[in-house]
Ligand binder design. Structure first.
Ligand code: BV8
Ligand code: ZN
Length: 239
């Protein structure tokens, strides 16, 4: 079967990675994530925002893929044609065994110069991650080429999604027979418009989420449970 998985922050909740709905803690507790994840916030306080991404990178580095990540890779091992499209910037799908994952909103473990796009190897985002503690402001490194600040290689609010990743996601959702939407509130566009696309193409849509979301009404079936239980149930059903 050709299966597409569209995932959000709830996919990594059982790995201990807070969702975007979960309140921020410590230094960032007075901010909401959607405000911090903007170029304006970075320009007004680079050390605050860079520090936030470095902390998230350190936390994800310490986290492990959960049974839902591993279960999605199992579908491919069983011969299904699987496309994974994620809003998450973590690497837990890949560490769970999935290949060819489309990251709609970029990646945590990479950075580039805000002004000229220059990258650096080794990537400064990875530098000394094990020593990163929560709630620390950190000045982003300066670009060797233009002196501009390095920024995380993620898509901030108000920024366009990478065209090639978006095109891959649309193609995956248009050709799937089954779409499994896992752990997203369905509030962020244009990602939240993808389930409609699959449904219009005749795909069966199943949602896995303990709570209601903005895409629930698009689902033929709603599994009101955590990702790990929902993926296990579907694996048993498609064994
Ligand atoms: C753009 C990377 C234009 C950074 C992210 C008004 C109306 C409509 C749209 C807009 C609007 N105003 C602005 C917009 C556009 C905006 C948008 O949609 N805003 C929303 C908030 C209204 N979109 C943009 O800005 C996009 N760009 O529009 O550009 C443009 C176009 C052309 C040219 C120039 C410009 C860019 C959007 C991407 C932003 N970057 N991430 C970073 O990570 O720091 S978005 C980020 O937030 C995540 O990637 C993710 O997409 C989103 C969080 O949502 P979820 O993943 O769904 O997570 P959430 O916490 O919300 O929910 C968790 C769910 O899991 C819950 O439902 C919960 O019940 C469930 N759950 C919990 N535990 C479990 C579980 N499920 C299963 N198992 C569990 N155990
Ligand atoms: Zn530069």
């Amino acid at each position: 079967m050709r299966i597409a998985f569209l995932t959000g922050a709830g996919m990594s909740a059982e790995s201990g990675v807070p969702t975007f709905r979960d309140a921020l803690t410590g230094l960032w507790s007075r901010f909401d994530a959607t405000a911090l994840a903007t170029e304006a916030a970075f320009r007004s306080d680079p050390a605050l925002v860079w520090g936030w991404y470095r902390w998230r990178a350190a936390m994800v580095r310490r986290a492990q893929p959960n049974p839902a990540h591993v279960g999605i890779a199992e579908f491919a091992r069983r011969g299904h044609l699987v496309d994974v499209v994620t809003q998450n910037v973590d690497d837990l799908h890949e560490r769970g065994g999935a290949s060819g994952v489309t990251h709609l909103h970029g990646r945590l473990f990479a950075s580039r110069c805000l002004d000229c796009g220059t990258t650096r190897d080794p990537d400064p985002m990875l530098d000394g991650l094990d020593a990163i503690v929560e709630g620390v402001r950190e000045t982003p490194p300066a670009c060797d080429a233009c002196g501009g600040p390095f920024r995380p290689d993620v898509v901030w609010f108000g920024e366009a999604l990478p065209e090639d990743d978006w095109a891959r996601a649309v193609a995956a959702l248009e050709r799937c027979e089954l779409l499994v939407v896992v752990g997203t509130s369905g509030l962020v566009q244009p990602a939240a418009s993808l389930p409609q696309l699959a449904r219009e193409r005749g795909a069966r849509v199943i949602e896995i989420n303990p709570g209601d979301s903005a895409v629930s009404q698009l689902a033929h079936e709603r599994l009101r449970m955590p990702a790990s239980s929902g993926i296990r149930m579907l694996l048993e059903r498609h064994s």
